[in-house]
Design a protein around this ligand. Structure first.
Ligand code: FEO
Length: 380
């Protein structure tokens, strides 16, 4: 990890966690990043999950006794060790937004009234050679969030922005787990992420220090462009995503046939079985590709549960700007297409293919012809 002189990493890796935020599988664990700035005044940037309080305090004490703890975000993966910190360092002061202190009262029964500095947009804190400039970033990912810019280093402590799943002692590609993290956790708040990106445009940027995942200090336009694409709900990758559920295999047969037809036409296809894939991977794929095929069965006069859950994940994250196609299966009264379309009706800027596929129990000459037609329309 490359950080400017006198900025140190004091975070921790969590390989014990089973579900991040109680929801997301993290096969490569999670990092809770925390940084120290050594200057005339010593600062710690954010705390860590409560389970790692002692490891984190040891990391800090190895270097110096801090004067300040900057709390950028109050979600417990970062705020969980604030109380231990304040006990360990009785002369330290917390620096945070007004709404962060209100949350501290709720989390800890105490808002550290005698030991705090409240900061807002463009507040500064002079450390000596360095200055901290606070920039509000509401809803990236909670309302109290501030990010912190250090002009002397052209460095941004970016809170959850530019974070990813995965501990720092595991080497893996950034974009895949950053995208799954982004759409899972911040995907609903594209407008607010855009607002932060606009503020960042006014700042010279050499290094981004997020609260999860690696420090970014090379090729920053790559990361900034991806964040711009994601937060403006643009298509990142060309291709067709097919997400399906299948009870007895007949819908799956249709999906595999459609995938095959598309591949024969030279179209990139990604196929996800919603019952057997990580839902967060399916969600990130839906935001990544521009053309999405939803294939499911009628079930209890509704749609199959995994598809219902999937569409709900999309709509609550402001799913938009896509071309959608439907494949439905039903043995006596198919309603799946109608229900899926109804669930998507409030999404902005969705186009629907002219061709749809209706399977009555199993593929037939009619539904096979509809698949051919749909493949052609999607490939065009
Ligand atoms: Fe990493 Fe929103 O906490």
């Amino acid at each position: 990890m490359k950080l400017p002189q006198n900025i140190l990493y004091v975070g921790v890796n969590d390989h014990q966690i089973d579900l991040f935020e109680g929801l997301y599988v993290v096969p490569n664990g999670m990092s809770y990043n925390s940084y120290m700035i050594l200057d005339e005044k010593t600062v710690v940037m954010d705390s860590v999950d409560h389970n790692f309080a002692q490891e984190w305090l040891q990391n800090i004490k190895r270097h110096a006794t801090p004067d300040y703890l900057v709390v950028q975000h109050m979600e417990p993966d970062h705020s969980g060790s604030i109380a231990e910190f304040m006990q360990e360092f009785p002369n330290a002061t917390i620096v945070a937004s007004k709404s962060a202190f209100a949350m501290m009262k709720n989390f800890f029964g105490c808002d550290f009234e005698q030991r705090r500095i409240v900061v807002g947009e463009n507040s500064t804190l002079q450390l000596g050679a360095r200055t901290l400039v606070f920039v509000t970033a509401p809803m990236v990912h909670w309302p109290e969030v501030v990010v912190t810019y250090v002009p002397q280093d052209k460095l941004l402590f970016s809170a959850d922005a530019f974070g990813k799943f995965g501990a720092l002692d595991v080497d893996e590609e950034w974009a895949c787990e950053a995208r799954r993290y982004y759409f899972g956790i911040v995907g609903k708040y594209g407008v607010q992420v855009q607002n932060l990106l606009k503020k960042m445009q006014n700042l010279q940027m050499q290094t981004i220090c997020p609260l999860h995942g690696p420090v970014l200090d090379q090729n920053l336009p790559y990361y900034l462009n991806l964040y711009n694409t994601w937060s403006s709900y643009q298509t990142e990758s060309q291709g067709v995503l097919i997400c399906y559920t299948s009870v007895y295999g007949n819908t799956k047969k249709a999906v595999l046939k459609l995938a095959n037809l598309l591949e024969q036409k030279g179209t990139k296809v990604v196929v996800n079985d919603l019952a057997r894939s990580d839902m967060a991977e399916c969600v990130e794929d839906a935001f990544r590709y521009g053309k999405i095929v939803l294939a499911t069965t009628t079930y209890n006069n509704d749609i199959f549960p995994f598809m219902k859950q999937f569409i709900h994940h999309l709509t609550e994250r402001n799913f938009q700007n896509k071309t959608i196609a439907f494949v439905e299966n039903g043995s006596w009264a198919p309603v799946a297409t109608k229900i899926m379309k109804g669930m998507l009706e409030n999404c902005k800027n969705l186009a629907y293919t002219q061709s749809t596929v209706k399977i009555l129990s199993a593929l037939s000459p009619e539904s096979n012809a509809q698949l051919e037609q749909l493949a052609q329309e999607l490939a065009d």
